[in-house]
Write a protein that binds this ligand. Structure first.
Ligand SMILES: Nc1c(NC[C@H](O)[C@H](O)[C@H](O)CO)[nH]c(=O)[nH]c1=O
Ligand SMILES: CC(=O)[C@@H](O)COP(=O)(O)O
Length: 167
């Protein structure tokens, strides 16, 4: 189905494990904060809706998407968390700077998953323009922060299942 017909954030709550007793980090960049703070709201509220406790959600801000990788690494290094959600919004400008930022943050977050063996969720919008970003931050195409939170819960639950196999 073409994106224009989709709410990209729709999901079946019955297929989402409880987030009770899970500990989450959210690192959010403040570039395009009118968008990223909507992503943060969506992610935070979704974690709460699925049973997470407020005291188990650590939120930290970084300047831009490029800094999400190091901000995520700080979370992995200094906090005891079950999953880290990385939220940002990169919007194409006049130059190829967009490409480098997107490539850097994508590979950086991927590497964190491997280095820390906990889920680091890619909740970064990479859009042609502000309208596309707004549509995906609580607009007609849903909220990428909601999707990232659901993914974090599911992956943290999967890790707990796998750890239990070792016991
Ligand atoms: N243009 C956008 C940026 N640029 C800033 C970089 O992310 C970074 O903070 C800077 O290069 C210093 O290291 N960041 C976004 O998040 N979104 C943009 O559209
Ligand atoms: C993604 C960016 O860094 C971008 O906003 C910068 O804009 P420009 O390419 O016009 O310098």
């Amino acid at each position: 189905m073409a994106t224009y017909l989709k709410n990209l954030s729709s999901y079946d709550p019955k297929h989402v494990p409880s987030a009770k007793n899970m500990k989450f980090g959210i690192v959010v960049s403040d570039w395009n904060d009118s968008v990223t703070h909507k992503l943060l709201e969506g992610a935070y509220n979704t974690l709460i809706e699925h049973g997470a406790n407020e005291e188990n959600i650590l939120v930290k801000h970084v300047p831009g998407a490029f800094e999400l990788t190091l901000g995520g690494q700080f979370m992995g290094e200094y906090a005891d968390l079950d999953a880290v959600i990385c939220l940002g919004c990169v919007i194409q400008g006049e130059t190829r700077h967009f490409d480098y930022i997107c490539q850097s943050v994508t590979s950086g977050i991927t590497e964190l998953n491997m280095n820390y063996n906990i889920p680091f969720i890619f909740g970064v919008l990479t859009t042609d323009n502000l309208e596309q970003a707004i549509d995906r931050a609580g607009g007609k195409h849903g909220n990428k922060g909601v999707e990232a939170a659901i993914t974090a819960i599911k992956m943290a639950a999967l890790q707990k299942e796998m750890e239990e196999l070792e016991e």
